[in-house]
Design a binder for this molecule. Structure first.
Ligand SMILES: [Ca+2]
Ligand SMILES: [Ca+2]
Ligand SMILES: [Ca+2]
Length: 260
C-alpha cells in the first residue's frame, strides 16, 4: 500500500496520512532515526520499480537525511516531497512561516481560550486559510480537511488539538516548542515559577519578566535550550500574550506538562 503511494502519483490527503502513519512506527509524531532510514530506502526502491528517478526535491531530501541517523522530519517536511492533490499541506507552509506566526494564529483561533483547538475552531482556521490561498471549497471539502487534520495531528486522540500537537505543522527546525519539551514542569512547579517571576502578583508577566525567566531556564537547561536564542523564544511566546500581558494559562501551554 505505502509502496504504490511512493511511486510518484499525486496522492490524496488521506493517502498522505496513511503513508505518514506507516512510517511513524512509534507514533510519536515524527519520522526519525530508523523510521526515516526505512522511509528513504523504500522511497528509492519504489521510484526505481516504477522506472522513475527521484524528483529534485526528493534528491535534496535524500542528500540531507540519507546518511544522517539523527535525522528527524515532521509532516511539513514530508509534504515537501510527496505531491498531494490540492497541495493540502503546503499552504500551511506558506501561511505559517515561523514559530511566532504560528503562536499568533493559535491565539487567534483558540477563541474560547480553552488551551485547545476544538473541531469548530479548527474548521474556522482552515476556512480562513483556504480563503487566503484563494482555493475553492465547499462544505463537504472543508469537513474532509478538518477531519483529516484532526486524524493527522491529534496524537493523544482526545478529539482536539493541543499546542504541541498543532505545532507539528511547523518544519522541525522552526518548531521551538520541541526544545521546551525537555524542560516542561509539573503544574505545581510551574505555579511556583510563575509566582516568582510575576513579582507584583498581577496574574500576568510582561516581556522583561519573561526574558528573565527564559534566561534562567536556559542557564539550567543548557543541553535543550540555547541562551543565544532567547530573543526568538521570547518573540514566539509573547505572540501568545494579550497586548503584552502574558497570562498564566498561555505560558502554561509552553512550560507546563500536560496533566491529562
Ligand atoms: Ca516516530
Ligand atoms: Ca479552544
Ligand atoms: Ca489532542
Amino acid at each position: 500500500m505505502a509502496e504504490t503511494h511512493l511511486q510518484g502519483v499525486e496522492i490524496s490527503a488521506t493517502q498522505f496520512l496513511e503513508i505518514w502513519r506507516h512510517y511513524d512506527t512509534d507514533g510519536n509524531g515524527y519520522i526519525e532515526g530508523k523510521e526515516l532510514q526505512n522511509f528513504i530506502q523504500e522511497l528509492q526502491q519504489a521510484r526505481k520499480k516504477a522506472g522513475l528517478d527521484l524528483s529534485e526535491k526528493m534528491k535534496a531530501f535524500v542528500d540531507q537525511y540519507g546518511q544522517n541517523t539523527d535525522g528527524k522530519i515532521g509532516i511539513s517536511e514530508l509534504a515537501q516531497i510527496l505531491p498531494t492533490e490540492e497541495n493540502f499541506l503546503l499552504f500551511f507552509r506558506q501561511q505559517l512561516k515561523s514559530s511566532a506566526e504560528f503562536m499568533q494564529t493559535w491565539r487567534r483561533y483558540d477563541t474560547d481560550h480553552s488551551g485547545y483547538i476544538e473541531t469548530e475552531e479548527l474548521k474556522n482556521f482552515l476556512k480562513d486559510l483556504l480563503q487566503k490561498a484563494k482555493k475553492s471549497y465547499d462544505d463537504s471539502k472543508l469537513e474532509e480537511y478538518t477531519q483529516t487534520m484532526l486524524r493527522m495531528f491529534d496524537s493523544n486522540n482526545d478529539g482536539k488539538l493541543g499546542l504541541t500537537e498543532m505545532a507539528r505543522l511547523l518544519p522541525v527546525q522552526e518548531n521551538f516548542l520541541l526544545k521546551f519539551q525537555g524542560v516542561k514542569m509539573s503544574g505545581k512547579e510551574f505555579n511556583k515559577v510563575f509566582e516568582l517571576y510575576d513579582q507584583d502578583g498581577s496574574g500576568y508577566i510582561d516581556e522583561n519578566e519573561l526574558e528573565a525567566l527564559l534566561k534562567d531556564l536556559c542557564d539550567k537547561n543548557k543541553t535543550e535550550l540555547d541562551i543565544n536564542n532567547v530573543a526568538t523564544y521570547k518573540k514566539s511566546i509573547m505572540a501568545l500574550s494579550d497586548g503584552g500581558k502574558l497570562y498564566r494559562t498561555e505560558l502554561a501551554l509552553v512550560l507546563c506538562a500536560d496533566e491529562n
